[in-house]
Design a protein around this ligand. Structure first.
Ligand SMILES: [Fe+2]
Length: 358
């Protein structure tokens, strides 16, 4: 269960509770509470915090090469979260007509063979594939596990300063045009639009490339470990986002270990918080198994665990203005979550069995 504050560092003053707008960027008010306000003993309804293991989802493309990633959550702003455990090359090429895609590689290695050449992705890599980019995926080391965020808005890197949080020259990588696709024969192209998939039969490989002769390749990759957490010393402060969608419906952060005191209890007025624990060795609260998602819907009371973990850990956060809901596939792998350590909410004690009447 959630801590009572004893023996734990909450930012001064003790019992602090933060109400904030626009994520961590707008109006705010801090109060002091006599006891934690994040505990609950029961909940009914859909706007409830959950956690799930990405690998616990029933991922159809684990065994079916023709299957698509499994959507496990959707937002009111048409953002989707999906997961893939693809073990064989995609037998088609893919183009998203509606959404920018941001992939996160939780496990394995994959080649993204794109319009602009090939990109090798490893664990911890974000891979951004904007609308109308055509690609296929070739697993290089299996098993693979990926989280795929789709947004109808344009995603872009936008750290607080042009250097510091991200070393663009060193760490933002683009596909190698010298490693172009070279598939013989006809190719199936799947184009995703708002109402489903349209399948084109093509006589040639549409990814074959002669040269890139102008502009900047729009596909990029960046490893989570290369993004420096923003810290305020000595007492701590909010994280800083490194990427966002055009209306700031989505904000992306590293939420990896960093110095500072434990955050205050929080009511996030405008954003759902979706925290993905990538790996340790240190734990983030009760999150200690790679590939765990902790989802706290907007306005639900929560108290972020201690982030100043000597062993270190890597985690990322998606703030979403669009309220999320789990799909049936997501619910099948999810559990109610308490919001003090992001552990599973204990099951309510079973009622005493009714006495047997004579
Ligand atoms: Fe929060």
């Amino acid at each position: 269960m959630t801590g009572n504050g004893s023996g734990e560092r909450s930012g001064p003053p003790p019992g602090a509770h933060l109400w904030s707008r626009d994520g961590f960027n707008g109006d705010m008010c801090v109060t002091v509470r006599p006891y934690p306000i994040v505990d609950y003993t029961g909940v009914q309804g859909r706007h409830a915090p959950h956690r799930l293991g990405i690998d616990d989802l029933d991922l159809l493309d684990r065994t079916d090469p023709a299957a698509l990633p499994t959507v496990f959550a959707t937002s009111r702003k048409d953002v989707t979260l999906a997961a893939s455990a693809r073990s064989t090359p995609t037998p088609f090429v893919w183009r998203n007509a509606e959404n920018d895609e941001l992939h996160f590689v939780q496990d394995g290695e994959l080649d993204y063979v794109t319009d602009f050449g090939t990109l090798r992705a490893e664990p911890g890599d974000f891979v951004c594939l904007p609308r109308a980019v055509t690609y296929r995926v070739v697993p290089v080391r299996t098993p693979t596990l990926r989280v795929i965020v789709e947004t109808p808005e344009q995603l872009r890197l936008n750290p607080p300063a042009p250097f510091g949080m991200i070393n663009f020259a060193r760490d933002v990588k683009r596909p190698d045009p010298g490693r172009s696709s070279d598939q013989p024969g006809p190719t199936d192209l799947l184009v995703k639009a708002f109402d489903g998939i349209t399948r084109f039969s093509l006589p040639y490989d549409p990814l074959a490339l002669v040269a890139v002769v102008g502009g900047q390749i729009p596909v990029w990759t960046l490893n989570l470990a290369a993004i420096q957490p923003l810290s305020y010393l000595p007492h701590g402060g909010p994280p800083g986002s490194f990427a966002e969608s055009s209306s700031r419906d989505l904000l992306l952060y590293t939420l990896s270990a960093r110095p500072g005191a434990r955050p205050p209890m929080h009511h996030n007025a405008d954003y759902d918080e979706l925290i993905f624990y990538f790996r340790g060795p240190g734990a983030y609260g009760a999150l200690d198994r790679p590939g765990q998602l902790a989802w706290t819907p907007k306005s639900v009371s929560h108290w972020g665990p201690v982030e100043d973990v000597p062993e270190g850990y890597l985690a990322w956060l998606v703030e979403s203005a669009g309220t999320f809901r789990l799909t049936p596939a997501g619910h099948a792998a999810a559990h109610l979550m308490e919001t003090g350590r992001f552990d599973r909410q204990p099951e309510p004690a079973e009622a005493d069995p009714a006495p047997v009447s004579a």
